[in-house]
Design a protein around this ligand. Structure first.
Ligand code: SAM
Length: 519
């Protein structure tokens, strides 16, 4: 189980947080901060635009006609917050970041789950900035609902002291005592604390404090905000969990403060951005030679990586992923690689597995006196399916043919081709089009293209980066009079990269059947 790895590594999990949270043991986490997509318009909520995030967005809004949109949103949140409550330690804390859209509905929901008495604060994060609002007061704050898991919840008040107001300091004499002997109506409160006052529930923290911190998407939260939460409600070595990790601000703050972290997100882009920020932190701050390793789990396997795996390792991996028990004996196993509920399994690390494999497997079943069996392979031929059907019709064997990508998530490289070319009227440049096809039909939402032309192996004469949504198609111009070696590379939502290379000159363009002229 992945959670056990948190003892050794920080973890980033690519998954729907509901699924991931279900795998976290009860009462095992010290602090949870979550900044879920708000109950607001589509544009603001879809940040990354990739497959995982869009799927989650649709879940959140897919309500039956009898439910209002806000009820659907709260029901979506509630089953997740129930899990978060379960995984928090008795001493743990929970911070839910929201805004005016649904904070009142969320408060009622959290009171139900955590208990009204465990509510600690409604923190107002106030972020001053320019505003053009004409018909209401400008909205300049978010709300963070802070709940304790129980009355034994840790709170480090001394860790979150901030400077006193100027007006208070003006009343202090050189010995640190208040000059007038009064403080908030009480006589002689003694010296002020040299570390400042404990922060109250209104936090004035600028949005993002530096260009260096800014990663360029609208919902990024400032590090200073997360640092305050983590310092107040956890200690070094504690586990901090963010189930909507986004750009990874919580993970970054936790790592800087010596806490362990688990970040979950359903968007590959979010996971990749977070990985990058953690890596940059490790590279930039050599003082922390002992940074904890961070591992990302749940990303799909690439077809190439599975295909190249050691065959015995692959068999064991697939049988386990299928929920079976692998054979101890790997050589001379009689064609059987494992067993699930008494049914033998055979694993083939190949594509287009044919009729002969099904026949041989039925012979192996006969030897062990079994009538049911399962073969798992990348793909099967029609002959294999027909043979399995024939054996079943004859009442002899029931053999299931299972595609490996239904057992583990597999991604193949996109197939890229450099296709049509169009020559300009003055014959000075060529317009080239490249096209990518996703063999897994994953409904890829963003393709990252990189096109490069080289004269020799080293001289880059043109290059271009583009993001394309639909269709997976890129156009680029080649302005060069000598033949150039063009390489078009497309990377899909899952980080799988495919490419195609072609040497192209004006003559080739004229030979291309799709050639046309442009002005
Ligand atoms: C508002 S952003 C979080 C921003 C983050 N606090 C930061 O400072 O960078 C919300 C994130 O939740 C993710 N998300 C939405 N639904 C999810 C789900 N069901 N499981 C996991 N992540 C989800 C989105 O992909 C998005 O990255």
């Amino acid at each position: 189980m992945w959670f056990e790895q948190i003892a050794k590594k920080n973890l980033l999990i690519y998954d729907d947080n509901l699924e991931a949270l279900r795998q976290v043991p009860s009462e095992s986490v010290d602090l949870i901060y979550l900044d879920p997509p708000f109950f607001s318009g589509r544009d603001y909520n879809v940040i990354w635009g990739d497959t995982g995030e869009v799927r989650s967005f649709q879940d959140r809004w897919a309500g039956g006609s009898e439910k209002t949109a806000v009820e659907v949103y709260i029901a979506w949140m509630e089953e997740r917050v129930q899990e978060m409550h379960r995984v928090l330690k008795e001493t743990g804390s929970f911070y839910l970041h929201c805004d005016w859209h649904a904070s009142h509905y969320l408060k009622v929901m959290c009171d139900r789950i955590f208990g009204y008495n465990n509510f600690r604060n409604e923190i107002v994060w106030h972020y001053p900035s320019m505003s053009a609002a004409k018909y209401s007061f400008p909205r300049k704050h978010d709300v963070i609902l802070f709940y304790a898991r129980s009355e034994n919840c840790h709170f480090n008040a001394d860790e979150v002291r901030i400077p006193y107001e100027e007006s208070t300091l003006g009343r202090v004499s050189s010995d640190g005592l208040l000059k007038d002997g009064y403080f908030k109506g009480r006589k002689n409160p003694g010296a002020l604390n040299k570390n400042g006052k404990i922060a109250d529930s209104v936090w004035r923290i600028p949005h993002i404090s530096s260009q260096q911190e800014r990663i360029g998407y609208p919902t990024q939260k400032p590090l200073a905000l997360l640092e305050r939460i983590i310092k107040a409600s956890s200690n070094e070595g504690d586990i901090v969990l963010d189930p909507f990790v986004g750009g990874g601000t919580t993970c970054l703050a936790a790592e800087k403060l010596g806490r362990k972290f688990i970040g979950i997100d359903q968007s590959i882009a979010a996971i990749k951005v977070t990985e990058g920020r953690i890596e940059d932190l490790h590279n930039s701050d050599k003082l922390f030679a002992e940074w904890r390793e961070c591992e990302t789990l749940g990303l799909p396997y690439s077809f190439a990586e599975l295909n190249e795996m050691n065959p015995f390792e692959y068999e064991t991996f697939i049988v386990k992923a299928f929920g079976g028990e692998p054979n101890k004996k790997q050589i001379g196993d009689g064609g059987l690689d494992g067993m699930k509920d008494g049914v033998p399994i055979q694993v083939k690390q190949s594509e287009r597995v044919g009729r002969n494999v099904v026949d041989n497997f039925s012979a192996a079943l006969r030897r062990v006196k079994k009538t049911k069996g399962t073969i798992i392979a990348f793909s099967f031929t029609r002959g294999a399916h027909n043979e399995a059907a024939r054996l079943q019709n004859e009442g002899e064997f029931e053999i299931d043919l299972i595609a490996a990508n239904t057992v583990v998530s597999i991604n193949r490289r996109p197939k890229v081709s450099i296709g049509e070319m169009t020559v300009s009227e003055d014959k000075k440049w060529i317009l080239i089009r490249a096209h990518a096809v996703d063999p897994e039909q994953n409904k890829i939402t963003v393709w990252n293209w990189y096109v490069e032309g080289r004269l020799k192996d080293t001289d880059v004469v043109c290059q271009r980066k583009v993001k394309n949504r639909d269709p997976a198609y890129s156009e680029f111009e080649l302005r060069y009079d000598r033949p150039v070696k063009v390489r078009a590379t497309a990377t899909d939502d899952f980080g799988m990269t495919g490419w195609s290379e072609k040497k192209i000159g004006l003559d080739d363009a004229y030979r291309s059947p799709s050639v046309a002229r442009v002005n």
